[in-house]
Ligand binder design. Sequence first.
Ligand SMILES: [Ca+2]
Length: 547
Amino acid sequence: MKLRILTLMLIALFLASCSKKDDNVTPTPPGSGTEVGFMQRSWDGQKRGDVFYEIFVRSFADGNGDGIGDFKGITDKLDYLHSLGVSGIWLTPMNPSPSYHGYDVTDYKLTNPQFGTMADFEALLSKAKSLNIKVIIDFVINHTSSQHPWFQSAKSSATSPYRSWYLFAPTGSIQEWISSGKVPTVTTYNSREWYNNGDGYSYYNAFWDQMPDLNLANPDVVNAINDAAKFWLDKGVAGFRLDAVKHAWQDPNATEGYAFWRNFYNAMKAYKPDVYMVGEVLDDAPVVAPYFTSIPALFNFKAYWKLTEFLNNATYAKWYPKDFQDVLNIYNSSSSSYTNATKLSNHDEDRTLSTLGSIPGRAKVAAAVLLTMPGQPYLYYGEEIGMKGIKATGDENVREPFLWTTGTDSYRTTWRTPSYSNNSTVTPLAQQKDDAASIFAVYKKFLELRNTYPALASGSLAYGDINSQPDNELVYYTRQKDSEKLMVMHNFGSSTKTVSLAPIVKALNLSGVKQPVAEQGGAKVTLSGSTYTVTLPGYSSIVVEMN
Ligand SMILES: [Ca+2]
């Protein structure tokens, strides 16, 4: 062992002497020319980026000091979201519910009193409208709470008018009932999905016995759902985030399931022509794609899975743009128009920073990728300050109180003592705002870029011949709208890369550099003679306007 250490020391000494000698013989090593300055066009205030922000209501901001996040807290923090350049907010379920998360509703037309009154909610909508921020609410109709009056009636008697609003079958012959088509929407028997009601019957629940599935094939149920949705549209919400879309029918590929959502969307569109909906189909692209014939926007889970895979192991990172495009190609095969709702983590997944080995540089690249790729990006609250959390020990761990500031933090929610994100593990927002090297600084800068440059907001994506790119850890692509062309480069790896631009410009079918626009992580462009070189430190990104 000692001999090995000695050998390594000798090699190090030898290398050090070599590099010194090289400095003398090479006047301009790569990246040592004149640095080309950055010039970012100033933002005109128009929110072209179409960026949404997901708020876990209980944890975001407490406006009345009882420790629970609420409508008033959100209302007070809308100026912050507006200054970030957010176009819309998604509120996790805000209807009454016995659970902390609210994904089991007891009344679809009331507000959760813990979050505030209807007047408080209306005040939120009014302030949001004044800031040009759309509000969408979580609409959870695959199931209700077992405490919903509909289910309380249904479970109490086989002759209840609400019995057929849910999915009951005789406990001794569930399988036979399913096989003979007597359980609408259910096609396969799975014992875990049935709960014994104690009266000779069991009821179907895809997730939990306290979340009985609604019978969405029952026209009375459909009428009640449509009625509730119209109620909120009348209040002024822009639309809905649709929960558990692929579970409406047990078979996620059932044509009846597609038809159900299509009918719902069309009914709401007839009522409010500009209604917006984004659906959760938690699956790979081929399962997601057919739902675009029913729902205009769907979350792109696959692109996020690929992104974290490549950031955690950059060996094949250069293929990321193609893998992203492959998802869009699958979407294209189902529908000619769709909204690709991109995202990093959400309330059901490990926090992005935790997924990325708690390495801030990786989280910064993830943000820079999300905000420079095509789509309609969704940011989960707290991602912009690098909150942490692992789901395996409880969903609450990825839904912890937002950290507004150190010291007295009057808006911080206290409904739960955080296990992952507190002042000693995550720098709160107010302190990150003063730090140009923070995760927040990257979100702020790249949100502004997306809002400023139409090419980033809605331009086409191209990535040239990836095979010819010599470095597997570098990710390149261009975004173009009209004559505006931006080249985006990221270093997914941890070591500094210095590359000559000419072959990349050629591979991307561009003609030359116009102007470096922005960077994160210390990336820079240098010019030596007529040769442009880009230096990308580990986990850095750069955006360059091209000819
Ligand atoms: Ca409160």
